[in-house]
Design a protein around this ligand. Structure first.
Ligand code: FMN
Length: 220
């Protein structure tokens, strides 16, 4: 866990289907409330279809982003509590500085944000959906499932980056995948073998809260 990071640089090396099945075989053992296992569907995409979806997403993102929206709010519509707003701002600094992009460089930031929709050149993409009849508890469960995927992937030399940003273009995903009307597109995730040279050159480790800032002990 202490070495993990969101990987945005990948080697052009495919992932064997059997390895992906092993990862899902591990993650399916994740806990969930009343064992409902609400990870409705995992769509796993590679090759030409991944590239077609990517091209359409990049085009939509560059030409008509306002025409698309996710089916849920990842962030509050209104103000974010101050400590979270501050960390979000700090994230931007750590993210853009190694890329030589200043806070005010909107063009540079836009170029980087397009990389999302190129799946950071990763070889495999996952789209996770949740049934629209379920509530926050099940979203917690899906979080366990997603983290299990991340851990099982790392055990096999693979890295991932979760991408809520792709949920916005769910209409494009629906054009190419059999996503049902009752499914909410919750998250995209890129997976692949990391290009560690580029990771070292172009990304900074995101700072984490200290243990003492997170936990309060009682009765010890
Ligand atoms: C649910 C979820 C959604 C995320 N969505 C995105 C995303 O859309 N694009 C992106 O580049 N990173 C995304 N991230 C990665 C975060 O930016 C990253 O986890 C955070 O900055 C901390 O960095 P680290 O994972 O390297 O420790 C997401 C992470 C999570 C858990």
């Amino acid at each position: 866990m202490k070495n993990r990071f969101s990987c945005r640089y990948y080697l052009p090396k495919p992932i064997d289907k059997e390895i992906i099945e092993q990862i899902i075989d591990a993650a399916r053992c994740s806990p969930s409330g009343n064992n409902m296992q609400p990870w409705e569907k995992v769509y796993c995409i590679t090759g030409a279809l991944k590239d077609t979806i990517s091209r359409e997403m990049v085009q939509a993102h560059e030409e008509a982003p306002e025409a698309y929206s996710a089916q849920y709010l990842y962030y509050p519509a209104g103000p974010i509590p101050a400590q979270y707003a501050r960390r979000r701002f700090e994230f931007g600094k750590h993210y853009y500085t190694p890329l030589g992009i200043d806070h005010g460089d909107l063009k540079g930031r836009a170029r980087v944000s397009t990389r999302q929709y190129e799946w950071f050149d990763g070889p495999v993409v996952f789209i996770f959906t949740i049934n629209n009849g379920l509530t926050q508890g099940s979203w917690l469960d899906v979080g366990y499932f997603l983290q299990s995927i991340n851990i099982a992937a790392r055990a096999r030399g693979l890295e991932t980056v979760s991408q809520e940003s792709t949920a916005k273009y769910q209409l494009i995903l629906r054009k190419h995948l059999p996503i049902g009307d009752s499914e909410v597109v919750a998250l995209g995730m890129t997976m692949g073998y990391p290009d560690l040279e580029k990771v070292a050159k172009f990304s900074a480790k995101q700072p984490k809260r200290e243990v003492s800032d997170i936990i309060e002990f009682f009765g010890f």
